[in-house]
Write a protein that binds this ligand. Structure first.
Ligand code: ACO
Length: 392
């Protein structure tokens, strides 16, 4: 490959050097700081994993206790942020609300001291602490209710589910939710992380960094796919319809949501863990009709598209887990953002360590020396087409 070869989507082109996470897409391996995701999902909490991602090693018991304490202390939102949220339209997407709120933090914490470790730590703590509160607050406010204040006696995930549903969650649900956050915390240079790094490289404030990443995660080809998976399962409607649905997708060349990945060419290891978590939830709280459709679809896609490396990605089973917890479909992506904040922050910190502003190049495909046409003499594109037709 020459340096100037253009690769749409920058596929395969290294955009940075990083020691935060590693993916082997052929073998289905994901590691955070060298530790495999299965071990972390089983043995670490989300905050412990976040500490690992951001500071590079697992915390001691004391370091973890201090980190958790600071996060508990910063969970509340300023009343002006809550007031701002009250003005948001109820019909607005929660990802847009989250992006606006994350950016607004920059107004309240405007000191920017990127070379001060205390500033970095405070920004990390504030973002990890407040993002879940923002998501839960918007959910209650759009229903016309006052937001619920965080509870200091509850752990990170239990507190989020409590603020969202206005009641203390079942311990198994809280534990499974926490594992979901760990699974979504980081995933190398995906679109939203790249967006965070580009923003970070300008040395702007960390709230702008996270806001830009939230905006990028919102798209249906990225974090937004988990919402669309549920809509797709609804549309399929029954196991009997799976094959005909797949036929239609293949005929129309439309993408099957929750399948395929730029890096994984086997089943995403996170999808395997999430499927197991979904089954644990169904065992305790009753099954989900859509799960059978999902399993049938996974099999049918493997038979028909397995040769292309199209298998379930992280979004395929996560929606079914969240649905069982009573989380509304349009909060699936904000929940993804709650988790991914830790990965974005890790990349922000790493970017600051050896920063150079991102400034890629382009291959120009336009014209040169074009004449400047006076405004009175210009034709619209439609007129130009008609004129061209008349000349023919
Ligand atoms: N359904 C059917 N075919 C697919 C799918 C799919 N979900 N994904 C890829 N393919 C096919 C393409 O049609 C293409 O086939 P072709 O070579 O015959 O033309 C081939 O596989 C390569 O696909 P690309 O779109 O070029 O792969 P890319 O790496 O650009 O896209 C992406 C990856 C965006 C994730 C894609 O697989 C997709 O759109 N999936 C559905 C959306 C989704 O689930 N997104 C969540 C991803 S995980 C995350 O972001 C957290």
């Amino acid at each position: 490959m020459t340096l100037c070869e253009y690769k749409p989507g920058l596929e395969g082109i290294p955009a940075t050097q990083s020691s935060i996470s590693f993916v082997d897409g052929k073998q289905g391996i994901l590691e955070y700081r060298g530790i495999n995701i299965e071990a972390l999902a089983k043995q670490s909490t989300f905050l412990e994993t976040s500490y690992l991602l951001i500071w590079g090693s697992l915390p001691t018991r004391q370091e973890l206790a201090d980190f958790e304490y600071e996060i508990r202390y910063h969970r509340r939102l300023k009343y002006r942020i809550r007031d701002m949220m009250k003005c948001f339209p109820e019909s607005g997407h929660p990802m847009d609300a989250l992006q606006a709120c994350a950016a607004a933090l920059g107004l309240f914490y405007s000191r920017r001291a990127l070379d001060d470790p205390a500033y970095i730590r405070a920004a990390v703590v504030r973002l990890l602490a407040k993002i879940p509160t923002m998501v839960a607050a918007f959910q209650l406010m759009r229903k016309g209710n006052d937001p619920v204040q965080p509870r200091d006696d509850l752990d990170y995930s239990a507190n989020f589910l409590y603020m969202l549903n206005e009641r203390e969650p079942d311990p198994l649900a809280a534990q499974i939710f926490d594992i979901c956050l760990t699974l979504h915390a980081e995933h190398t240079i995906n679109a939203s992380t790249f967006s965070a790094m580009v923003t970070a490289s300008t040395l702007t404030d960390p709230y702008a960094v996270i806001a830009s990443a939230v905006g990028t995660l919102a798209g249906p080809l990225h974090g937004g796919a988990n919402e669309e998976v549920i809509e797709m399962l609804e549309e399929i409607g029954s196991v009997e319809n799976v094959e005909s649905y797949l036929d239609r997708c293949l005929e129309n060349k439309s993408k099957i949501m929750g399948f395929g990945h730029r890096v994984y060419k086997v089943k995403d290891p996170r999808a395997t863990i999430l499927q197991d978590l979904a089954e644990q939830l169904f065992d305790k709280f009753g099954g989900d009709y859509y799960y059978d459709i999902a399993v049938a679809l996974e099999k049918a896609v493997a038979d028909r598209l397995g040769h292309k490396g199209i298998y379930p990605n992280v979004d395929f089973y996560s929606g079914l887990v969240y649905r069982k917890m009573g989380i509304p479909t349009d909060l699936f992506t904000p929940v993804f953002a709650i988790a991914r904040v830790s990965g974005w922050l890790a990349h922000w910190k790493e970017q600051l360590g050896e920063n150079r502003i991102f400034r890629p190049t382009q291959i120009y495909t336009g014209s040169h020396d074009a004449p400047y046409i006076d405004i009175e003499k210009r034709h619209s594109a439609a007129d130009a087409e008609i004129l061209a037709g008349m000349i023919h």
